[in-house]
Design a protein around this ligand. Structure first.
Ligand SMILES: NC(=O)C1=CN([C@@H]2O[C@H](COP(=O)(O)OP(=O)(O)OC[C@H]3O[C@@H](n4cnc5c(N)ncnc54)[C@H](OP(=O)(O)O)[C@@H]3O)[C@@H](O)[C@H]2O)C=CC1
Ligand SMILES: O=C(O)[C@@H]1CCC=N1
Length: 266
């Protein structure tokens, strides 16, 4: 398959690297359009694919075009892309908030898949949800799904409107996890540990706990109860979290992300 990527940044390249790793796309069939000069130079030197800085008629030769610029940059991209896009090309957008309708209208093009991945895709451990326009054939959809599957797990959504919630939950989710881990490491340092020791204690705890969620036949409440002894240390921490409305604040943060995704589509 021949794939062009408009905006070869963090996510665009996480996708591209998985496609290459699983031999779904050959490097010579990967066309990277990247306007950031420093990034383009880095991509050139690591021989990541054919690298150019602007959209040209050459883009029309690719089976699939991935849109992975920031939503704010999309109006400029669509102006250029609509001049060169060919009717049989598949568009895969991973941009937060930009709806299939809006992409169809701005490109005057029908065949659109809209996906929301996350950065663990860099390790083939991503979580992507995707929806598609009614105009796509099953064969075209399967081709895109095969590519996405190389980046981790994927779910198809009948309802595109759910993608803003996906963005808030799993798209942005890695940052929430990193934020929690960082706060725990900082607490460790404040209690007197060296940076590396605090990081080890927290990272191994998070890793082991993740596997317990997946492997123990217990609910999350039961897992919490199994750690929190009556009158003990965990209970003291959880009480403080409740007083500070930590869970409520986390949820409100996620709803704010969803609201922002909806705003980006306007
Ligand atoms: N990062 C994440 O975790 C996730 C991101 N997304 C979505 O992926 C998209 C990209 O995000 P991310 O990879 O983090 O962003 P990046 O900034 O890392 O990548 C986007 C790249 O596109 C370049 N660019 C901007 N305009 C153009 C243009 N006209 N032609 C070619 N290249 C251009 C940017 O250059 P410059 O830096 O100079 O602007 C930048 O290098 C966003 O829409 C985001 O919503 C989706 C899921 C997760
Ligand atoms: O923060 C953002 O807007 C993008 C979408 C999901 C993750 N990063």
């Amino acid at each position: 398959m021949k794939v062009a990527i408009v905006g070869a940044g963090n996510m665009g390249m996480a996708f591209a690297k998985s496609f290459i790793q699983y031999d779904l796309v050959k490097k010579e069939n990967l066309f990277l359009i990247e306007k950031n000069a420093a990034r383009a130079e880095a991509l050139q030197s690591e021989k990541a694919g054919v690298v150019v800085d602007t959209i040209s008629p050459k883009v029309g030769e690719y089976d699939l075009i991935i849109l992975s610029v920031k939503p704010q940059d999309y109006p400029t991209v669509s102006e250029e892309l609509k001049k060169v896009i060919q009717p049989n090309q598949i568009i895969l957008s991973i941009m937060a908030g930009i709806s299939i309708d809006k992409i169809q209208e701005s490109l005057n093009h029908r065949i659109i898949v809209r996906a929301m991945p996350n950065t663990p895709a860099l390790l083939g451990m991503g979580m992507t949800a995707f929806a598609a326009s009614g105009d796509i054939t099953l064969s075209q959809l399967k081709k895109v799904e095969n590519l996405i599957n190389s980046t981790g797990r994927a779910v198809f959504l009948e309802e595109e409107s759910l993608l803003d919630a996906v963005t808030a939950l799993s798209g942005s989710g890695p940052a929430y996890f990193f934020y929690l881990v960082k706060a725990m490491i900082e607490a460790g340092k404040e209690m007197g540990f060296e940076d590396s020791m605090a990081a080890l204690l927290v990272k191994q705890t998070m890793l082991g706990s993740f596997h317990l969620i997946n492997n123990a036949e217990k609910s999350l409440d039961e897992l919490i109860k199994a750690v929190a002894s009556k009158g003990g240390t965990t209970e003291a921490a959880l009480k403080r979290f409740e007083e500070g409305l930590l869970a409520q604040n986390l949820k409100e943060g996620i709803f704010a992300a969803q609201k922002r995704a909806t705003e980006l589509s306007k």
